[in-house]
Write a protein that binds this ligand. Structure first.
Ligand code: MG
Length: 356
């Protein structure tokens, strides 16, 4: 067996001797032989491939525990190792997107703390929630006010109580003074209150709700999101989704294990990975979204997003003269398409404040 000294091996795989000693201790990459007298480590040429993989994954920023998993998979099933790397990268991108928004918001906030253009903005809003054509009750809840927009889609025997309790708990923010700096903390606390309210509403039974809410700061919208209700913005004629579904199907899509076509008919396509179900620590997605005059925001339950195709939603939002017209047109469209689920829509326009 051809063996290499640790120095030669380190050079060939571009890992430092110090890193190689660490990986030996962690059992990530054991030397082929350790001289019992000198303690020198020797590596086999055949180990180079694994060492190079470790070096690349380190460069990618992958934690050592995950690297070990990928290396072990790679020996048995390279396709599974590739899927693991894809899944890791999807998580990095999701985390980066949240940090990017926060950074952009802070840059804007600190470079122009007294922007007069945005100081003169406000929301025009409307909300509508409808039972649909087939469900016996409406377990959705929707709210729109001067500062707060929210939709919730309850499930379980007391789902109606759960969604209503969550939205009512958040509605307390509508009258609050919202400082730009502390808005995400404020929203996070409110979601925790909402979770407590859901637990009480469930009365010990199985019930929970999705919750997608936006809180207006005067120049930005702070988003809290958990579940598969959605938020979109219509900007310059394009419809952009702001939220990420917390569903099994979405996570399989992110990891490249499912195509969008397969997702549409997946038997577990409604399975939620996260929802507001009374946990003390509900872990919603929280982010800041910078608003522009002319933006039109849509929050909706899956009774709209599953039933009415995105392009139709975009056109209806474009054509509606006011938020009121928009929520009416969207809920009508869901019902015309069969109304298979409860449907809730909140629409808000960012407009210049009317002169007094
Ligand atoms: Mg629904």
């Amino acid at each position: 067996m051809e063996t290499l000294t640790i120095g030669a091996f380190a050079k060939a795989c571009r890992l430092s001797p110090k890193a190689l000693r660490l990986y030996d201790e962690l059992e990530l990459l054991r030397p082929a032989r350790v001289d019992p007298d000198t303690g020198y480590r020797y590596y086999a040429a055949g180990q180079l491939e694994r060492a190079r993989l470790v070096a690349w994954l380190r460069r990618l920023g992958m934690p050592l525990a995950s690297i070990r998993e990928v290396c072990e998979l790679q020996e048995r099933d390279p396709a599974a190792a590739a899927a693991e790397i894809r899944a890791y990268w999807a998580r990095v991108e999701a985390e980066t997107a949240v940090r990017r928004d926060l950074a952009a918001f802070l840059v804007g906030h600190l470079s122009a703390p007294l922007r007069e253009d945005t100081a003169m903005l406000e929301l025009r809003y409307a909300a509508r929630s409808d039972r649909g054509r087939t469900r016996p009750a409406n377990q959705d809840a929707a709210y729109a006010g001067r500062r707060l927009l929210a939709v919730a889609d309850g499930y379980g025997p007391r789902g109606e109580g759960a969604s209503g309790a969550a939205v009512r708990a958040l509605a307390a923010l509508d009258g609050a003074d919202v400082p730009d700096g502390g808005v995400l903390g404020l929203l996070e606390d409110a979601v925790r209150d909402a979770s407590r309210a859901v637990r009480e509403a469930a009365g010990g039974g199985e019930a929970g709700t999705t919750l997608t809410a936006m809180l207006w700061t005067g120049s930005a919208l702070a988003l809290a999101h958990i579940g598969d209700s959605r938020a979109y913005v219509l900007r310059d004629g394009g419809l952009f989704r702001i939220t990420h579904d917390h569903t099994l199907v979405q996570s399989l899509l992110d990891e490249g294990r499912l195509t969008p076509q397969e997702a549409e008919s997946h038997p577990q396509r409604f399975l939620l990975l996260k929802a507001l179900s009374g946990d003390a620590d509900p872990l919603p997605d929280l982010r800041l979204h910078e608003a522009r005059p002319g933006d039109r925001y849509l929050l909706c339950s899956d009774g709209l997003s599953v039933t009415v195709p995105d392009d139709r939603v975009r056109r209806l939002l474009m054509e509606a003269a006011s938020p009121d017209d928009a929520v009416r047109a969207l809920t009508d469209a869901a019902n015309e398409a069969g109304g298979p689920d409860n449907v809730s829509c909140v629409v808000a326009d960012v407009v210049g404040r009317a002169a007094i």
